[in-house]
Design a protein around this ligand. Structure first.
Ligand code: TXA
Ligand code: MG
Length: 312
């Protein structure tokens, strides 16, 4: 299959309407989309990504009215939707009967999100249907924050890439289970616990205990792993003095010289550049990537979640 690269949302949307797969930019990471009501196309997403079939997809909408086609009993989610749509938040609600179980990996719930990215919104409007879209990487790999990262993982496996800029946030959306009362954060992201608490007091982070059953099946699989080992350090002076070919990303300047290093001026910048940095380290043949830990407030909770998974 030849993968078409285009900058035109309407051209990309035509592939979706014909049952194809399209990678597109959002404010979080690039997604790999297919029409949610086309079961054959949904199955192609799992094949192209080599995604375990017990991991449900997030469905993207361009208009709020489309929520009614996808979910039921959405009242509990409405305060969060009013506060954070469009934006980097996914709400999990009861699924409508017409949504194929292939999209939700057999669950009776569905994750829905409305991206704020201008190209994503133009694309979704042109599709005219809700679009199921996991991150556009091979399963287990770092999420793609550039169209080139999508190409690296999925060239020849998907129909089209809608080419845009590097994504702004760089971490996937916050996933909140609104079928629980009070709602539970299944995956932390840019919409932080602090922000959510102002709208729904009592919201809490799901237990990340690996031995407990999980409500968000995706969090159980290996994730975000570059072809290098990721080592977490609290201070940059924990890097060995004569490191092998190594990389470093964090907020402090490292004391030693490394093959590749990235000093970020904020946690936001760290979050938006970490996945691309992992891929840059791979390209440079780096074996160990040292990542400085950050405080788990704001987007720091999401960043630490991804770093811990990449290191595990
Ligand atoms: O920012 C994002 O959310 C990106 C962009 C493309 O929108 N998408 C994304 O999709 O990160 P994916 O498939 O890589 O991650 C989806 C996560 C998984 O952890 C999955 O288990 C969870 O959302 N999820 C989806 N539907 C769910 C449901 N019904 N119940 C619980 N968790 C669900
Ligand atoms: Mg993903």
């Amino acid at each position: 299959m030849r993968t078409v690269i285009t900058e035109t949302p309407a051209e990309a949307a035509a592939f979706i309407r014909n049952g194809g797969l399209v990678a597109f930019p959002t404010e979080t990471v690039y997604g790999l989309g297919a029409s949610v009501f086309d079961e054959t196309a949904i199955k192609k997403i799992f094949e192209a990504k080599q995604r375990p079939d017990d991991n449900p997809l997030i469905v993207h909408i361009g208009e709020l009215e489309q929520l009614r086609e996808l979910g039921e009993n959405v009242d509990a989610a409405m305060p969060l939707i009013r506060a954070f749509f469009p934006g980097p938040l996914t709400v999990v609600v009861k699924k409508a009967a017409r949504v194929p179980l292939a999209a939700t990996a057999g669950l009776d719930t569905i994750g829905v999100r409305m991206p704020s990215h201008h190209l994503a919104r133009e694309f979704l409007r042109a599709c005219g249907t809700p679009v199921a879209a996991p991150s556009a990487n091979l399963s287990g790999r770092p999420s793609p924050t550039t169209w080139q990262a999508v190409l690296e993982d999925l060239d020849g496996r998907i129909d089209c890439i809608l080419k845009g800029q590097a994504t702004e946030i760089g971490l996937e959306s916050t996933v909140v289970d609104c079928t629980a009362d009070p709602p539970v954060i299944l995956r932390p992201g840019a919409v932080s616990l602090e922000m959510l608490s102002k709208v729904v007091p009592g919201v809490r982070l799901a237990s990340m205990d690996p031995l407990k059953p999980v409500k968000s099946p995706g969090t159980r699989h290996a994730h975000y792993k570059p072809r290098a080992s990721v080592v977490l350090i609290d201070d940059s002076d924990e890097i060995p003095v004569t490191p092998e070919i190594a990389g470093y990303i964090g907020l402090e300047h490292p004391a030693v010289n490394l093959t590749l290093s990235k000093v970020c001026s904020s946690v936001e910048e760290y979050a938006s550049s970490v996945f691309a940095f992992f891929r840059d380290c791979e390209a440079a043949g780096i074996q160990t990537i040292y990542c400085q830990t950050v405080a788990t407030s704001g987007i720091g909770a999401g960043l630490m979640d991804r770093l811990r998974r990449a290191a595990s």
